[in-house]
Ligand binder design. Structure first.
Ligand SMILES: O=C(O)C1=C[C@@H](OP(=O)(O)O)[C@@H](O)[C@H](O)C1
Ligand SMILES: C=C(OP(=O)(O)O)C(=O)O
Length: 454
């Protein structure tokens, strides 16, 4: 099994950016003097990598994952599945950002402890796998992971016949008492706080005796494209998923096939880079943009023009060009909450007001993103007001200062985005980008200095 360097407490991906006490130093966000012209290659998708890892561990035969994401979240997933019985070996890769992974499924055994870090995909996707293992598996994570909602997974698994002990808060930590099988059947859950509850149950459900008929009972369902991604990855491995009604998914019991899968670049991680074209009035291209994808980041093609961008997709290269002026936009991001921090960064630099709604659930992401974004932009002189399910951003002259990251990779990248236009912004704990993009500062600096010019 692979050892995760990203989950070691003393891991420092940037060498010199910790002080002598081991505290993260501030990273001065670069402010270019000219419009950018850059081509940026982006590593693999977190959402696809972690789904394919889970499905590979549950499959009937080995799988090969090509160009997977190597980051804290994917390493935590590798470790978790390794502890439960899968073997994950590195094989020489062709992707350029690290080796490929060969995943050999093994007998699922508990009697282990899983560290979820702050990864929603690990804390929501692995418990149903542990339910299939023989023996108890305890789950915990970072301190800030202990406030993220988990009750729909806990009550959902209980409804499917799984014994779980927890502290009664519907949060980490908890222990799954696996017996080697899960009865399965119909289960009602409220997934209004996270689509990952549906995805987590669905990914393992084909291995349950009766499969699972998942019924979402809440009033709203965020991030629907991520559930579509789950369904598509299941179907690609031969699993039958029926849709009896709106908000219902019926995963039939059956074999999950081993497969060779090419992981697409992470289109949501492309967001701040593409937005940089708007902020500087330049042009940024991302190669390897898939023609047909379930990644919600593909919606950037429709979203960025709202702020004044010209967007083209030709021969697998997405190119965004800005005019130097960012217009305000009114957006419903209920499907694409993951893109909200970047959109708020753009809105903070726009000439007109913006209202971004449909994202109440991002209060439960890595941090309360609505509060964190409002606080940080306002500390730089911005005018951001929190709404129940979003943010109102009004134009304002911003100034430099320290931008706090709240252990949130997308907060860190949003600070860097604003720093392209506002001199003197320093990102505290930029290392937190290792959650999904350990190369962030390297790629960002290359983009700004022209080192990634095509
Ligand atoms: O299933 C996934 O891979 C994800 C689902 C979404 O979660 P929510 O539904 O909690 O927003 C998204 O925001 C997250 O980054 C990744
Ligand atoms: C919400 C996110 O992550 P997680 O998978 O931890 O929920 C995110 O990456 O924006």
């Amino acid at each position: 099994m692979l050892i995760s360097k990203y989950s070691q407490p003393d891991f420092n991906p940037f060498g010199d950016e910790f002080d002598e006490e081991g505290e993260p130093q501030n990273w001065p966000a670069p402010t270019p003097t000219e419009p950018l012209t850059a081509t940026v290659r982006i590593p693999g998708s977190k959402s696809l990598t972690n789904r394919e890892l889970v499905l590979s561990a549950l499959a009937a035969s080995p799988s090969l994952l090509r160009a997977p994401l190597h980051s804290r979240d994917s390493q935590l997933m590798v470790e978790a599945l390794g502890l439960l019985g899968a073997t994950i070996d590195e094989v020489p890769g062709s992707g350029g950002f690290g080796p490929d992974w060969r995943v050999t499924p093994g007998e699922l055994l508990g009697s282990t402890s899983i560290d979820c870090g702050l990864a929603g995909t690990v804390m929501r996707f692995v418990p149903p796998v542990a339910a299939l293992a023989l023996g108890p598996t305890s789950f915990d994570g970072d301190e800030s992971a202990r406030v993220r909602p988990m009750s729909a997974i806990i009550t959902g698994l209980r409804g499917l016949g799984v014994d779980i002990t927890d502290e009664g808060r519907g949060k980490l930590p908890f222990t799954i008492h696996g017996t080697g099988s899960v009865a399965g059947g119909r289960v009602n859950i409220d997934a209004s706080l996270s689509s990952q509850f549906v995805s987590g149950l669905a990914l393992a459900a084909a291995r349950f005796d009766e499969g699972a008929h998942i019924v979402h009972t809440g009033e709203r369902l965020p991030s629907i494209p991520h559930i579509d991604m789950t369904v598509r990855t299941l179907e690609a491995r031969g699993v039958i998923v029926e849709r009896p009604a709106e908000g219902e998914w019926k995963v039939l019991p059956g074999e999950i096939a081993g497969a060779t899968r090419d992981i697409e670049p992470d289109l949501s991680n492309a967001a701040p880079f593409l937005a940089a074209a708007l902020v500087t009035g330049g042009t940024v291209s991302i190669p390897g943009w898939p023609e047909d994808t379930t990644q919600v980041g593909d919606q950037l093609r429709q979203l960025l023009p709202h702020f004044g961008a010209a967007v083209t997709l030709a021969d697998g290269v997405l190119t965004v060009t800005g005019t130097g002026t960012i217009t305000g936009a009114d957006l419903d991001l209920s499907e694409a909450g993951e893109l909200a921090p970047t959109m708020v960064g753009l809105a903070a630099l726009a000439t007109g007001p913006s209202t971004i709604t449909g994202i109440g659930h991002i209060r439960h992401h890595e941090t309360d993103r609505l509060a964190a974004l409002a606080t940080e932009v306002n500390r730089l002189g911005g005018r951001v007001t929190e709404l129940a399910d979003g943010l109102r951003i009004e134009p304002s002259e911003l100034h430099g200062g320290v931008w706090l990251s709240y252990q949130d990779h997308r907060m860190a990248t949003t600070g860097a985005l604003i720093g392209l236009a506002v001199a003197g912004i320093e990102i505290n704990d930029v290392q937190t980008t290792a959650k999904t993009l350990p190369q962030f500062t390297e790629l960002w600096t290359a983009m700004v200095t022209g080192a990634s010019r095509s």
